[in-house]
Design a protein around this ligand. Structure first.
Ligand code: NAD
Length: 410
């Protein structure tokens, strides 16, 4: 099954549990619009390169489409549709007034110069500009895109439509970005986990945490967990990982990556492979890189008691069943990593109001949203007597179905 098929199957199961009529469910499984464009741009050597770009708009019953832009060779229509659908459910869980969208370009930006990535970004935005906008569809960062890329998105769009900072979130703070957006997803993971541990009578202090991925989500998750007193025993990125039983010095790893780009060669721990990291003896496992890393082949070997999904769709449906049977709690992506889109919402409101929030306000409001989301999912899990993923889908599908019905089908 593909990620899209898992997501659609969770939606159907959730809808069935809530007795949502089929005529509504049919509107929730497929995207509203899929845009595929050719991104042609000039290489530094004068050659012309053509790449494929996508923007998928899944559902906007609750507000404008919202979701990241991913630059990665595996980007294809199926993956972008699945990721766009996840955004619809995620924005509903944290109850921000958005729907779900996603986009990306199928390429590895590390193989191109910054000037080439800028030209590709600008061409992509000029191709999809009629479909995005502050009240229609608002992109954000995802894998291999960052505040600089978002600044180019804003600038390119503004060339056609005048100054429009609210067309994109995750911008640099110096260019209408929000305080607290850069680490929002990692911080949100911390807030959700804390709220969960309070429910089950636990505490983060001394817990052993293994994190796959050391980009935006993984590195800030590691840092926030380290500061909160957890023991980050392993981290990894595309170049491999590091392990240290008594806990890695996370700030020093971040310094290393700032200088050397990848963890490779960092002397602060013993080398460990990405595969081994996933089955390491630890309390909390945070997949925070790509999708489909926990599968039927390794789920039986996962030693963590809690899987906290920082990445989108890291667990296949088969792995989910195995983890559940083994008593491993999975805090699902659409709840766990929703801190990013929550602070993106704060950024968007600040842009529209032309009013800046101080950092403390961003953190406090994020914590309040994430705690409420965990509570709402928890209540649904008790009501339906189901696991947290099904409860999260039920909460989200119920909210989107209700908005759809209220707006009417005409
Ligand atoms: P990023 O590009 O900043 O970082 C990705 C990290 O994953 C890098 O450290 C990279 O080296 C590593 N990686 C890539 N391929 C790998 C592989 N095969 N094995 C191990 N590690 C690998 O991206 P990000 O923004 O941190 O996103 C990571 C995940 O979190 C994605 O699934 C994304 O959709 C999800 N997510 C991101 C945000 C956000 O705000 N950026 C919000 C919610 C969810």
């Amino acid at each position: 099954m593909s990620s899209l098929e898992y997501v659609q199957s969770y939606v159907r199961q959730a809808a069935q549990r809530l007795n949502i009529p089929d005529r509504i469910v049919r509107l929730l499984v497929n995207p509203d619009r899929t845009v595929k464009v050719e991104v042609a741009f000039e290489r530094d050597n004068g050659e012309v390169e053509t790449l494929t770009g996508y923007r998928v708009q899944h559902n906007n019953a609750r507000g404008p489409f919202k979701g990241g832009l991913r630059y990665h060779p595996t980007v294809d229509e199926n993956e972008v549709v699945a990721l766009a659908a996840l955004m619809t459910w995620k924005t509903a869980i944290v109850n921000v007034p958005f729907g779900g969208g996603k986009g990306g370009i199928a390429f590895d930006p590390d193989q191109y110069s910054p000037a080439e990535v800028e030209r590709a970004t600008r061409k992509f935005i000029s191709r999809i500009r009629e479909f995005i906008g502050p009240y229609t569809d608002i992109p954000a960062p995802d894998v291999n895109t960052n505040p600089q890329v978002m600044a180019w998105v804003m600038d390119e769009y503004s060339k056609y439509y005048g100054f429009q900072p609210a067309v994109v979130t995750g911008k640099p703070v110096e260019l209408h970005g929000s305080e607290g957006r850069l680490d929002a997803t990692g911080r949100g993971l911390l807030y959700v986990l804390r709220a969960y541990l309070e429910k089950v009578g636990g505490d983060l202090t001394g817990q052993r945490v293994a994190i796959q991925g050391f980009g935006n989500v993984g590195s800030f998750t590691a840092l926030r967990f380290y500061e909160a007193g957890a023991r980050v025993v392993a981290v990894s990125d595309v170049s491999g990982g590091l392990y240290r039983a008594d806990g890695l010095p996370v700030p020093r790893l971040i310094d290393w990556v700032q200088k050397h780009r990848l963890l490779k060669g960092c002397p602060e721990g013993d080398p460990i492979t990405n595969e081994r990291l996933l089955t390491l003896e630890c309390d909390i496992l945070v997949p925070a890189a790509l999708g489909n890393v926990l599968t039927k082949d390794n789920a039986a070997d996962v030693r963590a008691r809690i899987v906290l999904e920082g990445a989108n769709a890291p667990t296949t449906a088969e792995a989910d069943v195995i983890l559940q049977r083994r008593g491993v709690t999975v805090i699902p992506d659409i709840l766990a990593n929703a801190g990013g889109v929550t602070v993106s919402y704060f950024e968007w409101t600040q842009n529209l109001q032309q009013f800046r929030w101080p950092t403390a306000r961003v953190h406090a409001e994020l914590e309040s949203v994430m705690r409420q989301a965990l509570q709402d999912v928890w209540t649904m899990a008790e009501r339906l007597k189901c696991d947290l993923r099904m409860a999260a889908y039920a909460l989200a599908v119920g909210r989107v179905a209700r908005a759809t019905a209220l707006r009417g089908l005409q």
